[in-house]
Design a protein around this ligand. Structure first.
Ligand code: ZN
Length: 169
């Protein structure tokens, strides 16, 4: 099942997601639907709040042969080195801006089989882990861009918010 992707201005994107207490059939189904939704939208990552589900789950596919299904993630380490790279978001269509983030991360999470996974990541995968995890803490990448960049996209964001609120009526 393909979920509707919630867009900028939707309140669910600004709520902290809740920990998954038990990995049951419902959770497995949500994860599978999220993978389907991400593929359909052509994204490299999708977090549960983006489809209106207030749970600490995200999926990532950076085309390295592994589709990551991440439940209750926790960062164990961040590198001191910071890198800047352009980001976009399925919930903020048409907006792409540079964001500074730690180059490498070490992350721990539970997968859809209930197994604990610890991974070290760099490059696009590291960035995707951080971007998606932000969604679980009600943070969007546009919160992390420079003030100048923010001014450049403020009109576009206002417009998106208006469209989102109109659709919800
Ligand atoms: Zn996003």
């Amino acid at each position: 099942m393909i979920y509707e992707i919630r867009t900028y201005g939707d309140q669910v994107l600004r709520e902290d997601a809740l920990k998954v207490e038990e990995i049951n059939e419902e959770i497995v189904e949500i994860v599978e639907n999220m993978v389907e939704t991400m593929r359909d939208a052509g994204g490299v990552g999708l977090a549960a709040p983006q489809v209106g589900i207030n749970k600490r789950i995200f999926v990532i596919d950076v085309e390295d042969g592994i589709t990551r299904k991440v439940i209750n993630p926790e960062f164990l380490e961040y590198s001191d080195e910071i890198v800047e790279h352009e980001e976009g978001c399925l919930s903020i269509p048409g907006v792409y801006k540079k964001v500074k983030r730690p180059a490498r991360v070490k992350i721990k999470y539970t997968n859809e089989k209930g197994e604990e996974v610890v991974e070290e990541a760099e490059g696009l995968l590291s960035r995707a882990f951080q971007h998606e995890n932000d969604h679980l803490n009600s943070t969007l990448f546009v919160d992390r861009i420079s003030p100048v960049a923010k001014r450049m996209v403020s009109k576009k964001l206002q417009m998106l918010k208006k469209e989102t609120l109109k659709r919800q009526k």
